[in-house]
Design a protein around this ligand. Sequence first.
Ligand code: FAD
Length: 279
Amino acid sequence: MYLEKHALIENSFGVKSRCEFLAKTESIEEIMECLRFAKENNLKVNILGRGTNILICNNEIVGLIISINNNLSDYSIQDNIITLQAGIGLSEASKIALKNRLSGLEFAEGIPGTIGGAIFGNAGAFGEIIGTLVQKVKIIDIEKLIVKEKKNLQFSHRQSNIEKNREIIIEVELKLEKKNKKEIQEKMSLFREIKKETQPKERSAGCIFKNNQAGRIIDELGLKGTKVGDAEISEKHANFIVNKGKAMGSDMLKLIEIIKKKAKKEKNIDLELEISILK
Ligand SMILES: Cc1cc2nc3c(=O)[nH]c(=O)nc-3n(C[C@H](O)[C@H](O)[C@H](O)COP(=O)(O)OP(=O)(O)OC[C@H]3O[C@@H](n4cnc5c(N)ncnc54)[C@H](O)[C@@H]3O)c2cc1C
């Protein structure tokens, strides 16, 4: 049975919550069935990947969570086109590309989320983004399977025009470039080293704010090391909030408010959240 009642979910920050219904679906048909179940029972639907870019604040999440993770993780390659199901990990996808001498996904090495989450939030690093590689995306939109072509997709800094919790990303086609394996490997190793030096090791939800200068801004505000409960603005990278022990989602939320208020007051900057809040 792929529908679980009162199931436990956890994000990468280490916060757990119970959800009314959790669906670990393995096919498009099962997702459709879940959507019909949600409609019949008037349930709110949330889509969850690996929970590496979400904030959980409630002990209980009402409605249905559809989990798109290892359950949808097939891929195929034709020449320089790679088709990936949404549940494949970004890091895993970069390794598949390397094995097949395909370049373009080197930046994804070490990013802990899924391809689905990456397309939704236009994941990227080192000035590269997944959006530039996308040719088409297969989506379930209110019980209908549709294909969105490149011309109908929009990607900007850490966002796409995929409609939140309505359009479910199932599969994506990326156009990569044939390259020498050694060259790809060297780029991935370099990115891995830089991340090791610049990102905190503790549990986190990745970058909190979209603004690509957010780390510098928060640092200049003197907020590095500020704590609420066990949640702390990382000393290593100020756009990360880390869990130093038993932090709760509400601790993280309070830190976010402190940062936003100070950025507005002292620099007149409105910081926009990158992480999604699971309600
Ligand atoms: C240590 C660490 C380092 C990170 N480094 C980077 C980085 O360098 N660059 C970067 O861009 N991000 C980074 N992230 C953030 C994160 O890993 C990515 O944004 C990732 O793509 C999110 O995927 P996910 O499966 O965890 O999504 P989730 O956190 O589960 O969900 C995020 C959002 O995407 C939506 N979503 C997820 N899957 C689907 C789907 N199949 N269909 C429709 N909507 C969906 C959810 O509803 C939610 O709104 C980092 C995170 C951590 C913890």
